[in-house]
Design a protein around this ligand. Structure first.
Ligand code: NAP
Length: 278
């Protein structure tokens, strides 16, 4: 009886090994690829990394061993981050709407000695119930004009190089117009459409360039305003999901992932209902 049991166990063991071999081999390969990817040091520029989502992204990439150039207007905050990761972070303090943007970005690429990933995360937005012209103009200058100039630089750089990745932080607000922050939602829609346009352009030119459109819902930063917020995520969680989406070279990523559901509803909600909410 014992012998039969041993024989039966051996047969079962061999069968299991046979069936699981492709699965185990696949996982072995996946682990090896991950290790190789982890060893490849990326050269990254993050525009808008002094606080919120951009700051955490910079810290995660730097901790990962990547070389990260971070920008923003608050020099002290840039220096604080550099002091934490002196080997992996370089800084440049400038306003994204300034005229010398091209040369600022060129300097950073030179300092990094190349560029693999360009993240446009800078953004401005505020509620504008009285259609305050300062809010509307600052929003447009930051999210549209500064953005276009940054895209012009990075996309053309990658075209010449033949490869690269751009990630832009738009918003779930890009999906529909909003009466409380009209310039913000319109400027984010501009970013999303621009990102899609660049993806098509890269494909047509047969260049290995991906543009990832990051669409966050509510993230707990100083920019998130309003008292009807829900599903508010910590910036740490948002940044991790953004990194994953960039790594997977996604074209569009909702952050956090559950905002995909809201996006589907927003896309089909009739105007007669939507106008009561927005
Ligand atoms: N928080 C949310 O709920 C939410 C939701 C959807 C989308 N987003 C988007 O996520 C991105 C990051 O925002 P956040 O929530 O992390 O807010 P945040 O902490 O205010 O970060 C905004 C970043 O943009 C930079 N910036 C703004 N204007 C700039 C300018 N003129 N020149 C250079 N840098 C500028 C800021 O740096 P300096 O002030 O130092 O210049 C800062 O580093 C924004 O594009 C925002 O629209 C946020």
């Amino acid at each position: 009886m014992d012998n039969e049991f041993i024989k039966f166990s051996l047969v079962m063991l061999r069968l299991t090994c046979f069936l699981e071999a492709p699965y185990l081999f696949f996982h072995f390969l996946e682990d090896e690829i991950k290790k190789l990817m982890a060893k490849h040091t990326q050269k990254i520029i993050i525009v808008g990394a002094t606080s919120g989502i951009g700051k955490i992204l910079a810290m995660l990439y730097a901790a990962n061993g990547d070389m990260v150039a971070i920008t923003g207007r608050r020099e002290k905050l840039l220096d604080e981050l550099k002091n934490i990761y002196p080997q992996n972070i370089i800084t440049a303090c400038f306003d994204i709407t300034a005229n010398n943007l091209d040369s600022q970005l060129k300097n950073l690429v030179n300092e990094l000695n190349g560029l693999d990933l360009f993240i446009y995360n800078a953004g401005y937005g505020d509620t504008s119930p009285d259609l305050n012209i300062e809010i509307e103009n600052t929003t447009t200058l930051t999210n549209v004009n500064g953005f276009v100039n940054a895209m012009h630089f990075s996309f053309n750089f990658f075209i010449e190089q033949g490869f690269g990745q751009i990630a832009v932080t738009s918003s779930i607000a890009a999906l529909r117009g909003n009466s409380w922050a009209p310039a913000y939602s319109a400027s984010k829609a501009f970013m999303s459409n621009y990102a899609e346009g660049l993806n098509i352009k890269a494909k047509r030119l047969k260049k290995n360039i991906i543009v990832t459109d990051i669409k966050p819902g509510f993230i707990n930063t100083k920019l998130a305003k309003g008292n009807r917020r829900f599903w508010v995520a910590p910036p740490q969680k948002a940044a991790k999901q953004i990194m994953e989406a960039i790594y997977k070279k996604k074209r569009i990523a909702y952050i956090t992932k559950r905002w995909w559901l809201i996006a589907q509803v927003l896309k089909i909600l009739p105007y007669s209902i939507y106008r009561r909410l927005a």
